[in-house]
Write a new protein. Structure first.
Length: 308
């Protein structure tokens, strides 16, 4: 298999994995399927677009060396996407969790509310920015580099490394910090955590901010190759949900495995002559259905059995 194809598959898996992990993490800890994840993705993309418009001239004026201005702008856009995504998580917490988390049928109620938030956000973005697509500056580079004799795209390498670093830091925070310990306790047993004095209301806020930050970072990374638009979050939301289901809803390792698998399926389908990009979604859903028919618990259940 060509090294460029493998890198492209891992690149797609990294972006889809950020969405799927956020959905799985929220479900396993709060018991909520966030249909506004796509809205968070789109809003974060526009936040990065506005930051690029406002601060790009300032960064270039302050840092005259081109070799340093692009990395500085890349960090700025990534941080903007993360912050805007986290703020969207706060809004979703205030609207779709706090008023109803202790009410009957919370999962269904929150599903409907977050779906309404998603639709309202798309309409608001269409009204404010219009239907025209926007582009972010290619701050991660547009060229290629030679590694072990292989020509690889720089932006894809940066995306994969950034995703690995962010997920590694998140895992370290979940394992080492007190808040991370409380979140893990809620993920394992919400009732037991409540009996131990851990408030679901208090732990839900950082969880939603974290998952929103993941969606914001994914928006910035994907916007290096596609455009920002009001409906830009639709496909990442669908793929994030399906990958979360493929991995076993609530299983973070399963979401990672599912994201890598779907990334490879999309990359390979795109180069098959009689399939191509037109049939990518069809092939992906066929693979997901086949896996779930054979393994109803998804890849996460398979990983659990392997560990046992």
């Amino acid at each position: 298999m060509d090294a460029g194809l493998v890198l492209y598959a891992l690149y797609l898996g990294a972006i889809y994995g950020l969405m799927a992990i956020g959905i799985s993490l929220l479900w396993s800890s709060v018991g909520m399927v966030n249909m506004a994840h796509g809205a968070t993705f789109a809003v974060s993309g526009y936040g990065a677009f506005l930051a690029a418009q406002w601060f790009s001239p300032l960064v270039k004026a302050a840092i005259t060396t081109t070799a340093w201005s692009n990395p500085a702008l890349a960090v700025l856009l990534a941080l903007t996407g993360i912050v805007v995504g986290a703020l969207c998580g706060v809004v979703i917490y205030l609207i779709a969790f706090l008023p109803i988390h202790d009410k009957p049928n919370f999962a269904v109620r929150s599903l409907i509310i977050t779906m309404a938030i998603n639709l309202a956000t798309v309409q608001a973005l269409l009204w404010w920015f219009g239907p025209q697509q926007k582009s972010l500056p290619k701050v991660f580079g547009i060229g290629r580099t030679e590694i072990l004799g292989m020509s690889l795209r720089i932006d894809q390498i940066v995306t994969i490394l950034t995703t690995i670093a962010v997920l590694g830091l998140t895992l370290l925070w979940l394992r080492r910090s007190r808040m991370g310990l409380e979140i893990r306790a809620v993920m394992q047993n919400m009732e037991g955590a409540a009996l131990s004095g851990i408030s679901a209301r208090r732990t839900a806020l950082p969880i939603m901010m974290l998952t929103g930050a993941f969606a914001g970072l994914a928006a910035v990374l994907l916007s290096q190759t596609v455009f920002v638009s009001p409906t830009a979050g639709a496909i990442p939301l669908v793929k994030g949900l399906t990958i979360a289901l493929l991995g076993g809803l609530g299983s973070v390792p399963g979401a990672v495995a599912g994201a890598v698998l779907i990334g490879f399926v999309e990359a390979i389908t795109g180069i098959v002559p009689f399939l191509g990009q037109r049939y990518v979604l069809f092939v992906q859903f066929a693979v997901i259905i086949a896996v779930l028919v054979a393994r109803p618990r998804g890849l996460g259940g398979l990983l659990d059995e392997t560990r046992e």
